[in-house]
Write a protein that binds this ligand. Structure first.
Ligand code: FES
Ligand SMILES: [Fe+2]
Length: 444
């Protein structure tokens, strides 16, 4: 990556070693471990910076912040999105904050007026003739670029110019989300909250369903992420975890039980923030099918899909048509280091976790409701809504329950008597594997 001489920080400490199924609590509480992530994880990993919907016009930009780094993601032209370190080549001033559109396609520094084209070339150095020839070298004046690539309308960036392409990094792990046609989905809303837990601790609530029975009792036990063992890494796909929902298998034996359980599941999933995953229409369809007998040889989920596709045909919603076997794999996908996508047929919730201001025991979470819209319907205007994680109405009941337990876990991890997390190697294997993956970045 772009090198910069810094004082020695971010080195590896042998006390952080994984021991079987146990992970040192220091990985969640020690500022030195967060320093190691800042030095060796975030500068080298592909990570989501924004959505393409935020960059529709030429010159539009989004500032992406991770730790002490600020990156500008910029729409250069119809086919090109670039990312640059948000740092003027003169004395480092950040060129823009938040989001917006660069007027006349120029990025102008607010300090001494040096100005850059959207592709990063320097267009103007004020009093250039007073600088040495070497200082005026166009290559030296060019903004320093990060890699930028798009998957499913998420713009990923990587600060490391040597990093392998995005496809290699997230690779086949995206295939179940791709089957759900996640790239056809539009943003219905984007919410953001700040939360008192290490980013990995917040993320972990979405890497396992082990907690669902206790922390989300409304689902009742027959609903889970299917085979809990499936929430693991594919053996040869580093950085990806996946859980199929296996809808038919988890809704109980008796048709009447199935119907009630299915409706409960859909309506509570809808509670992942209003229309987060299942929409109002999905809930109404689930209600309709749960109130009539399931024909012999069919299942509640098959009946629901019939209604869903009939509704889609009527409203020209281009739903994907996976085979039943493929549909059973649509569930949840984790892309290392910090994105979780949970598609269903027709929609998804995606969640992104980043270290917060102290880098250790606070994090920010962004989450999106995504939906395949009718062909003639325009997506709502893009806006990020900041919400308070205590606000059940704003975050939805399920997240509210997660937000109630995760900070308690964070607090307890600081206990002097608590040295390591003892993970369930079946149901929490994704968390364990994530730590092994982190080691690949941090042990240097
Ligand atoms: S710091 Fe940008 S022009 Fe001086
Ligand atoms: Fe949860």
């Amino acid at each position: 990556m772009t090198s910069q001489i810094r004082s020695e920080r971010g080195g590896w400490n042998p006390d952080w070693e994984i021991d079987g199924n146990c992970v040192p609590a220091a990985r969640y509480t020690d500022p030195a471990y967060a320093d190691a992530e800042q030095a060796n994880l975030w500068p080298r990993a592909w990570q989501v910076a924004c959505r393409t919907e935020q960059l529709l016009e030429k010159g539009s930009y989004v500032e992406y912040e991770i730790g002490d780094q600020s990156i500008l993601v910029v729409r250069v032209d119809r086919d090109t999105i670039k990312a640059f370190f948000n740092s003027c080549r003169h004395r480092g001033t950040t060129l823009a904050t938040g989001s917006g559109c660069f007027e006349r396609g120029m990025m102008s520094c607010p300090f001494h007026g040096w100005t850059y084209r959207l592709d990063g070339r320097c267009a103007l150095v004020t009093y250039a003739d007073e600088l040495s020839e070497e200082q005026r070298d166009p290559e030296r004046l060019r903004l320093v670029e990060c890699q930028a690539e798009v998957w499913a309308n998420f713009v990923f960036v990587n600060m490391d110019p040597e990093a392998a392409p995005l496809e290699e990094a997230i690779g086949p792990g995206t295939r179940w989300a791709d089957i759900a046609a996640i790239d056809r989905m539009s943003v219905v809303w984007h919410r953001r909250t700040v939360f008192p837990a290490n980013w990995k601790n917040a993320l972990a609530a979405f890497q396992e369903a082990y907690h669902a029975e206790t922390a989300h009792p409304q689902f009742q036990t027959e609903i889970g992420y299917g085979d809990p063992g499936s929430f693991g890494y594919f053996p040869d796909e580093k950085g990806c975890a996946h859980a199929g929902l296996l809808p038919d298998a988890v809704f109980g034996e008796e048709p009447a039980d199935q119907a009630a359980a299915f409706y409960r599941f859909v309506s509570y999933s809808h509670g992942l923030g209003d229309s987060g995953q299942y929409s109002d229409v999905d809930v109404a369809l689930a209600k309709k099918v749960s109130e009539r007998p399931v024909p012999k040889g069919s299942s509640i989920y098959a009946e629901y899909l019939k209604e869903l596709y009939a509704h889609a045909a009527e409203h020209r919603i281009p739903l994907p048509t996976p085979t039943p076997e493929e549909a059973a794999h649509i569930g949840s996908t984790f892309l290392f280091p910090n994105l979780v996508v949970t598609p269903i047929i027709g929609g998804a919730v995606a969640m992104l976790f980043r270290p917060g201001s102290d880098g250790v025991e606070s994090c920010s979470m962004d989450w999106w409701s995504l939906r395949i819209l009718p062909e003639d319907e325009k997506a709502p205007e893009y806006a990020i809504c900041d919400v308070d994680y205590h606000d059940m109405e704003a975050v939805g009941e399920i997240l509210w329950q997660d937000f109630a337990t995760v900070p308690r876990s964070q607090k307890g991890m600081r206990a002097r008597g608590f040295e390591q997390l003892s993970l369930n190697p079946i149901q929490e294997v994704a968390i364990l594997n994530m730590h092994h993956e982190l080691d690949c970045y941090l042990k240097r």
